[in-house]
Design a protein around this ligand. Sequence first.
Ligand SMILES: *Cc1c(COP(=O)(O)O)cnc(C)c1O
Length: 395
Amino acid sequence: MRRRDTIAARALEHINPSSSVPAVAPLQLASVYLFEDLAHVDRVWDGHEAGYVYARRGNPNVHALENVVAGLEGGAAGAAAASGMSILLACILAVAQQGQRIVAARDVYGGTHQLLTDELPRLGIETSFVDLEDTNALESAAAEDHTVLLLVETISNPLVRVADMPGLAALAARHGLKLLVDNTFASPVLFNPLMHGADLTVHSATKYLGGHADLMGGVAAGESSLIKRVQDLVNNLGPNLEPFSAWLTLRGIQTLSLRVERQSANALALAGWLQPQDPVERVYYTGLADDGQHARASELLPRGSGGMLAFELKGGLKAADAFIRGLSMVKFAPSLGDVMTSVSHPAKTSHRYLSQADRNALDIHDGVIRVSTGVEDINDLTADFAAALAKAATI
Ligand SMILES: *Cc1c(COP(=O)(O)O)cnc(C)c1O
């Protein structure tokens, strides 16, 4: 008979594997795997036999997510990390060394902007920020000595401008730069950067891939040797994705197409509904026929312009505050990609690190509201927005 301390220490051994196969893949929490003998260690460690060693170096749930996103993006391989920021950092470090330069869109995600300006310069990696519509500025930044990477987003934040991906891919190729595309806002349902000349694509899985605002994660896809470098960086730096978040992301991905299709349809309907409203100065959504980028979006995003839109209220900060307080169903939450519609105020959240003058130069005025549409009935959304706009109109 085992003694009490042994019974306690071996408690999990009482879960016996049964012959029944679970219909849903199990979550695998083990941090370490068992080996028969030293030869077995050699075979797995050296990659001659499929298997896992230690969870930071790989886990079945994480591995499945990497493969699924690679498949969705048309890449040979995938790499996951604990957040969008950590996979982005690993992708950047896989390409850029000390003394080398990055060219990035000036309107990249705020966290990315801070990574590029606050952290990477001390590693000797400098970034030139450019307006992606300014081809002369792009050319001269790309031509600067030691530039190795072009970093752009498919759809920008918060004014949802669509990048000219064929033009950017051609520029990167001309200057021998790797092209890294943050495809978070589009999701693999609407756009696949690797099919348009990108070397790497990354997602904050926290947003559309997960889709339910209940996890954090990041995934990249691309060609095998580059992704192997990204995986090694995640292993060596340590921001590995934990298994439950990988499992939740996989479950989210099962409905990704359905969600993004509905979110795009809701965004298009809401954008069209907002346009003629009195308190609204202008609406940003490339799905609208009169948007300046409608032709480009129709070509690059034929399945829809996505679930993100923005609009500007005439009354500035006060109207924005009244609008946000006037919403009852839709919540003010500075994130996106959830099944529930949310709004954000870029000037006070994602872009508060910029001066007011810099924000105004980017058209991110105090009256701008960003919307991430969910999958609700559009009539309930317009009703909630109508009530909130009425509040904003009284300011
Ligand atoms: C959220 C986001 C990130 C960062 O992802 P986290 O999961 O929050 O670390 C990067 N890029 C874009 C476009 C994002 O929306």
